[in-house]
Design a protein around this ligand. Structure first.
Ligand code: C5P
Length: 341
């Protein structure tokens, strides 16, 4: 066995190993929750969810490169928030590579590079997008040929938001948010994302929700309807951004705002500037602001950037497809296991 000579070691394919590409690049989208209802935590500490995800045109990119046998999994990172991204075995992309290698009963030898565009701990599932992209990239690099259900099962074991990053579009998520049903959504929505200076811890936001409910400061939610709320379903089906703006809801919004009071100002600023709606994404602190079109989005972004609580903005659209291989500037056909979704 050859010793590893570093993350970009020269490919050294063993005799008998299936030939494949030397490097595969896959990107996976961030998400916004158009609706998020959380029940009381179960015995495992997880809160049952009924949520509606939409995939946005803000992507994490993962390159998986062939390395010498025995080199193991190496990771390098560039882009947004690189200093707060773990480089060790706890990184979700690294865990994804190991999970897939175990599943395929093959050595986990790959050099991963993450290029991050989604803020770390921003409520937009950037880490989950890394995991989804790494799963697909390694499957293509290693010629694993996983079926869609196998890939989705591996994804769900890595984190509740990982399956959605594979599938993309607009989808209802139940249980932990990982049981997905596609939702009909017409038209293209324009969003302005208002990023915060610092991330929020998801468990802390869920704990703040539990505390508020225990103290009677937030309404209890003992039963969850495992369906898209009718006002939201209609707005999506009609492609009506005004109705959609009014239908945005997130049980975690007040909890995130209790931890970061300035989020209330950002939401109020967006509404005052004429947004069709504004909602904290997932556990926050990113605020997703709905615009009626590209020009409206430009104006809203300008207004939001005037706030000292906003670290930056980004105009994106949704829904977009889930994880896909990227070839040069072209996006290749979707991974075979997810075709037809
Ligand atoms: O799924 P993820 O690993 O991002 O979740 C991080 C933490 O957030 C969990 O360990 C749990 O404390 C909390 N969580 C929860 N209920 C969910 C999702 C996350 O309590 N449905």
């Amino acid at each position: 066995m050859m010793p590893a000579s570093g993350p970009a070691a020269v490919p050294d394919v063993c005799a008998g190993e299936a030939p494949g590409p030397d490097r595969v690049v896959v990107h996976a989208p961030a998400k916004v929750n158009l609706h998020l209802a959380a029940g009381p935590p179960g015995p495992d500490g997880y809160h049952p969810l009924v949520t509606v995800f939409q995939a946005l045109s803000l992507y994490e990119e993962v390159a998986a490169a062939r390395v010498a046998p025995g080199a193991g999994v190496t990771l390098s990172v560039s882009g947004r928030g690189t200093e707060s991204t773990p480089r060790d075995a706890s990184n979700l992309a690294v865990r994804a590579a190991h999970a897939l290698a175990d599943h395929l009963r093959r050595p986990a030898d790959v050099a991963l590079h993450l290029h991050k565009a989604v803020p770390v701990a921003g409520g937009m599932a950037g880490g989950s997008a890394d995991a989804a992209a790494a799963l697909m990239a390694c499957d293509l690099l290693w010629d694993g040929g996983l079926e869609r259900e196998e890939l989705l099962d591996l994804a769900a074991a890595l984190g509740a938001d990982v399956p959605f990053a594979l599938v993309g579009g607009t989808a209802l998520g139940t249980v932990r948010g990982d049981r997905l049903t596609p939702v009909t959504a017409r038209g293209e929505l324009h969003w302005v994302l208002a990023f915060a200076h610092e991330g929020l811890s998801t468990p802390e936001v869920f704990a703040a929700l539990d505390e508020a409910r225990a103290a009677g400061r937030a309404p209890a939610r003992d039963g969850l309807d495992a369906e898209v709320p009718p006002d939201l379903a209609r707005a999506l089906e009609d492609g009506d951004p005004v109705a959609l703006g009014a239908a945005l809801r997130n049980d975690l919004q007040d909890a995130a705002t209790a931890l970061r009071p300035e989020l209330a100002e950002v939401v109020a600023l967006a509404r005052g500037a004429g947004a069709l709606g504004a909602v904290v994404s997932g556990s926050g602190p990113t605020v997703a602001v709905l615009a009626s079109g590209a020009d409206h989005a430009t104006g809203l972004a300008l207004a939001l950037r005037a706030s000292p609580s906003v670290a930056g903005t980004r105009h994106v659209h949704g829904p977009v497809a889930g994880a896909r291989q990227v070839v040069g500037v072209d996006v290749s056909p979707q991974h075979p296991s997810l075709r037809g979704r």
